[in-house]
Design a protein around this ligand. Structure first.
Ligand code: PGA
Length: 235
C-alpha cells in the first residue's frame, strides 16, 4: 500500500530532517515494506536515501528560468526528487491553479519520468448537488491527464474533508473509489481527515490502495502508526 504524508507549509528544515529520520528508523525497525512518501515544504527538501521517498508538494513546469518564487526541475534534481504532488485542493482552491496549469505540470513532469500523485475531489456544494454533478466535476479534473501513465497514483480527496475532521462514510468512499477505478487503473489513495483513529478502517476498504494524510501526519508517531496499520493489512 502507499502511505503518504503531506506536510504542507509546516515544519522547519531542521524539524523536517528529524521527522524523516524518525519515520525512517521506524520503518526499518518494524520491517515495513509499504511505499511511504513524505512531501515536505520545498525549503526543507534534502537528499535522502532510505525507505522513505521524499517528494515535492509542487513545482513549476520548467527546468529553470524567470519564474519568481517558483521551483523548477533543476532545484528538485539537486535533491534527487522524482516524485511530485499535482492538483492538491489547496493548489486548486486556495492558490487558484487552473486545470490548464495542472495539465502543463502533469505533462512536464511526466515527460521527466516523475512519479505523480494527482489529486481529485469535489467541494461541498458540488457533493450536495447530487451524484451526477459530483462525478461530472471529478471527471473534469481528469481532463488532459494521461490516466494510463505508469507512474501515476491518484488521490481522491473531497475538498470539504480536508483539514476539517469530516470524512465521507466508509460506504461513500468505497462507492466513489469504485467509480474512479473505472477511469484509471492507477493506485487510488483516499485523503481528507485521515487520522490514527480511522486509518485502519479506511485502509481496509475495497478499492483503497493507500492514504494521503495532512494534519495527522505532522506527528511522526501518528504517521508511523498508520504505516504499521498498512503493513498489517498488506493488501
Ligand atoms: P488532512 O489533509 O489530512 O489534514 O485532511 C489531507 C491533504 O490535504 O492531503
Amino acid at each position: 500500500m502507499i502511505i503518504a504524508a503531506n506536510l504542507k507549509t509546516n515544519l522547519t528544515r531542521e524539524k523536517t530532517a528529524k521527522y524523516i529520520k524518525e519515520v525512517e528508523s521506524f520503518l526499518s525497525k518494524n520491517s515495513i515494506s509499504q511505499e511511504v512518501i513524505v512531501f515536505p515544504a520545498i525549503s526543507s527538501l534534502n537528499l535522502h536515501v532510505g525507505k522513505v521517498t521524499v517528494g515535492a508538494q509542487n513545482a513549476y513546469p520548467a527546468i529553470n528560468g524567470a519564474f519568481t518564487g517558483e521551483t523548477g526541475y533543476e532545484q528538485l534534481e539537486e535533491f534527487g526528487i522524482k516524485t511530485i504532488l499535482i492538483g492538491h485542493s489547496e493548489r486548486r482552491h486556495v492558490i487558484g491553479e487552473t486545470q490548464g496549469m495542472l495539465v502543463k505540470k502533469f505533462n512536464f513532469y511526466k515527460e521527466l519520468g516523475f512519479k505523480i500523485i494527482y489529486c481529485v475531489g469535489e467541494p461541498l456544494a458540488v457533493r450536495e448537488a447530487g451524484h451526477d454533478k459530483m462525478m461530472e466535476y471529478i471527471s473534469n479534473q481528469y481532463e488532459g491527464i494521461d490516466a494510463s501513465y505508469e507512474k501515476l497514483i491518484i488521490a481522491y480527496e473531497p475538498v470539504w474533508a480536508i483539514g476539517t475532521g469530516l470524512t465521507p462514510t466508509l460506504e461513500d468512499i468505497v462507492a466513489i473509489h469504485k467509480e474512479l477505478k473505472e477511469k484509471s487503473s492507477a493506485p487510488l489513495l483516499y485523503g481528507g481527515s485521515v487520522k490514527v483513529t480511522n486509518a485502519k478502517e479506511v485502509l481496509a476498504l475495497d478499492g483503497v490502495d493507500g492514504i494521503l494524510v495532512g494534519s495527522a501526519a505532522l506527528y511522526a508517531e501518528h504517521f508511523c502508526t498508520m504505516c504499521e496499520y498498512a503493513q498489517k493489512l498488506d493488501k
